[in-house]
Design a protein around this ligand. Structure first.
Ligand code: 1CP
Length: 330
């Protein structure tokens, strides 16, 4: 059988000493706006680990900043928004994104695609719910309480905000696709905070606008739809328009496949914390994920969420070889 492809969410980032060296003096959003740095940081894990795909170095808040939202990425915290969204006038203040606002991304994608050759480049964006959470909370949140309070208490503001975010996200992905990425991933990292009924009512139509828009304009580009804690949402996230559905460590890939049916591939499931354990534990877990993933109509090997900064990069390199060796013999 052909080898199972493998890449890691957050493969570019703080687990790599070469990343920490490049970023030492440069704020995150400045790095995300500089094509030469985007190129270099995107390539670092490809050179080091031999992964089967590169993922564009950027962040989900880059298109928001480019559309004029006052947002910063603080070290050790994440995105922080100066004026959180509470009312319709705050939504109206978020303007549309134009391709010119993110020309640095198009330039970097062009450079990357030329250098990567046959290795695919994955483009990405944040989904409306996860972006809305940062805009409403003003920063990272464990409970998403303000987000849900607005969603339940002011559905008109909620839907206006998510419609605007869906437009911005679609434009950001369109720019990446036009510049040459060969896959896109929509990150709805925090959608697992919702019940399936609320996801279908408040979120799915907006994510479907993004994924449906991409499928209409770029029918050849596979779409990956990812979230954490989304075992109960897998079917709905597939229906939003995904070819590949991301699965975290809570749901085995064969169980996910039984839920999703024959039309969708799966990606993920290895717990990022397993990579901190001794190698025999890592090896057994990689073999388990490959075995369970073989039940799916397509399997992309990945973690259930991003690489933790304390991960030993040599372990990631060993995982890539193991996935290739074991899957070639499946
Ligand atoms: O100081 C630093 O080095 C900044 C750390 C960092 C990095 C390396 C942040 C801040 N973003 C990124 C890059 C990034 N962000 C990538 C790079 C490509 C790769 O995977 O190699 C990607 C895909 C993202 C997307 C992103 N940003 C998501 C979705 C993916 C996920 O991890 O769930 C989310 C939720 C964010 C917000 C964000 N940006 C940064 C942090 C620390 C966070 C999370 C904050 C929180 O916990 O809410």
């Amino acid at each position: 059988m052909a080898q199972t492809p493998v890449w890691f969410m957050r493969q570019a980032g703080r687990s790599l000493p070469e990343y920490r060296a490049v970023r030492a003096e440069i704020p995150m959003l400045e790095a995300c706006r500089t094509p030469e740095l985007i190129f270099e940081i995107t390539m670092q894990p490809v050179r080091r680990h031999g992964v089967d795909a590169a993922i564009l170095f950027s962040d989900i808040v880059v298109p928001l900043a480019a559309a004029g939202v006052d947002v910063d990425i603080r070290p050790g915290v994440g995105p922080v928004v100066a004026k959180p969204v509470v009312a319709l006038e705050d939504v109206a203040a978020i303007r549309s994104l134009h391709a010119d606002d993110v020309r640095f991304v198009a330039d970097a994608v062009g450079m990357l695609v030329r250098d990567l050759g046959a290795t695919p480049l994955i483009g990405f964006a944040g989904a409306p719910f996860t972006l809305a959470s940062y805009l409403i909370e003003g920063g990272p949140s464990r409970t998403h309480a303000r987000t849900k309070a607005l969603m339940y208490g002011a559905p008109d503001v909620w839907h206006a905000l998510c419609s605007r975010l869906a437009e911005i996200t679609l434009e950001f992905l369109r720019v990446q696709a036009a510049a040459g990425v060969s896959v896109v991933q929509l990150f709805d990292s925090w959608a697992g905070a919702l019940s399936e009924a609320d996801y279908r009512r408040f979120v799915l139509p907006h994510s479907a606008a993004v994924l449906g828009g991409m499928s209409a304009e770029f029918p050849e580009l596979p779409r990956i739809h990812f979230g954490v804690g989304t075992g109960e949402l897998l079917v709905a996230m597939g229906e939003a328009g995904a070819d590949v559905v991301g699965v975290d460590w809570r749901t085995p890939l064969d169980v996910a496949t039984a839920r999703l049916g024959p039309g969708r591939a799966v990606q993920g499931n290895l717990d990022p914390c397993v990579l901190l354990a001794p190698w025999p534990v890592v090896e057994a877990e990689v073999r388990r994920v490959l075995h369970e993933g073989s039940a799916a109509p397509g399997h992309v090997f990945n973690l259930g969420h991003g690489v933790l900064p304390e991960t030993d990069p040599d372990v990631l390199t060993r995982v890539v070889s193991l996935v290739h060796d074991v899957s070639a013999r499946l």
